[in-house]
Design a protein around this ligand. Structure first.
Ligand SMILES: NC(=O)c1ccc[n+]([C@@H]2O[C@H](COP(=O)([O-])OP(=O)(O)OC[C@H]3O[C@@H](n4cnc5c(N)ncnc54)[C@H](OP(=O)(O)O)[C@@H]3O)[C@@H](O)[C@H]2O)c1
Length: 332
């Protein structure tokens, strides 16, 4: 009997995530039944919503039971098929969970198509769910126009890197809010932001104000509560805010509040983002971002680790804000 590695939940996390919540186990590889395929995972995506999924707090998803495989989406290759529509060797995007091999129902696996020259892992990031989040936040909420100043927090992450580049391509002046020097450097020299400010440092509020002399017309929020508070006081008249992530509250942190008076005096509109409401934009997103990637007007920014066993550490780093880009685990 052949076996493969899987990462299972050892104990539900409470507060800040640690690798002790997870355990790497060896388990028998099942055979696909009718309508199913066995896939070999190539690249696994790690995304912040999984922290909430583990404990049953993400939309309607059930909590992961102790001993259950950690859920997750991956680029994988079909190695055995019991479904006519997916032949062996086909590359798919599938909900495999954190494991080297998985049996999935064929109709839930999506054939991977990427433009020539673009790595398949793009379907986990800019051409996938994080990219759609950024695309919809800009297209439907922020609606950047030439001359606008658009601020993005978590600006070099999976969603933020795409949002910032899209806003720049739309002609906006773009300002990154980031967590450290390395991200600041990336924001400026790789992702093309006009300015980048490190949140929480002495004088950072003044630096942000100086970077936004015409105040802030659009803001994509994915950072911590204090950052939202600071940005709210700098909104321009008619500003648009997309609330995309509350990264600091996933580990049972404080609730994020927004000062009503700041919204009111700016006549701002504040939109809540749930990416699944915007699936109708998927084709437009992949066509446009695919073209920007091919033309070199946009770049993929990935934080890659090697081996399934690296997933728990990589996820802990992501949830602590220490990732540098879209987190992808190279499984095989
Ligand atoms: N609403 C939706 O439908 C939707 C869809 C996709 C993603 N999201 C959300 O969007 C956000 C970004 O997702 P992503 O995959 O692109 O992740 P990411 O930005 O690559 O990683 C999370 C980032 O959060 C930042 N952060 C700010 N304050 C933090 C804190 N107190 N603790 C830890 N990290 C902190 C860190 O960046 P800095 O150090 O640079 O600040 C960190 O790198 C997440 O909150 C995610 O849940 C929402």
């Amino acid at each position: 009997v052949s076996t493969h590695l899987a990462v299972v939940l050892r104990e539900p996390p409470v507060g800040e995530l640690t690798p002790e919540s997870f355990e790497v186990v060896d388990r028998p590889t099942p055979e696909p039944g009718p309508g199913e395929v066995l896939v070999e995972v190539s690249e696994l995506s790690l995304d912040p919503y999984l922290r909430a999924t583990l404990v049953g707090r993400h939309l309607g998803d059930a909590a992961v039971p102790v001993g259950g495989t950690v859920p997750g989406r991956a680029v994988a290759r079909v190695v055995r098929s019991q479904a006519d529509q997916l032949t062996e060797g086909t590359w798919v995007l599938a909900e495999t969970g954190w494991q080297e091999r998985a049996v999935v129902r064929a109709e839930t696996a999506k054939v991977v198509t990427v433009p020539d020259g673009i790595p398949r892992s793009a379907v986990l990031g800019a051409l996938g769910m994080p990219g759609l989040t950024a695309y919809a936040a800009l297209r439907r909420h922020v609606q950047p126009a030439p001359g606008d100043t658009v601020v993005v927090s978590s600006a070099t992450g999976g969603v933020g890197a795409v949002a910032g580049q899209l806003a720049r391509i739309a002609g906006a002046r773009t300002v990154a809010i980031v967590g450290d020097e390395q991200k600041q450097e990336t924001a400026l020299s790789v992702l093309g932001y006009d300015e980048a400010v490190i949140r929480g440092r002495d004088g950072w509020e003044e630096q942000l104000a100086a970077a936004c002399p015409a105040r802030i017309h659009g803001y994509v929020h994915m950072g911590d509560a204090p950052t939202l508070g600071v940005v709210a006081e700098m909104l321009a008249i008619g500003a648009r805010v997309s609330l995309v992530g509350i990264q600091d509250s996933y580990g049972d942190g404080p609730r994020t509040m927004l000062r009503a008076g700041a919204v009111m005096s700016a006549r701002a509109s504040v939109h809540g983002m749930v990416v699944f409401d915007h699936l109708d934009l998927e084709r437009e997103q992949t066509t446009r971002i695919g073209r920007f990637l091919q033309e070199g007007r946009m770049v993929l920014h990935e934080d890659r680790t090697t081996g399934l066993a690296s997933a728990p550490e990589a996820f802990v780093r992501l949830m602590a804000g220490r990732n540098q880009g879209k987190v992808v685990v190279e499984v095989s």
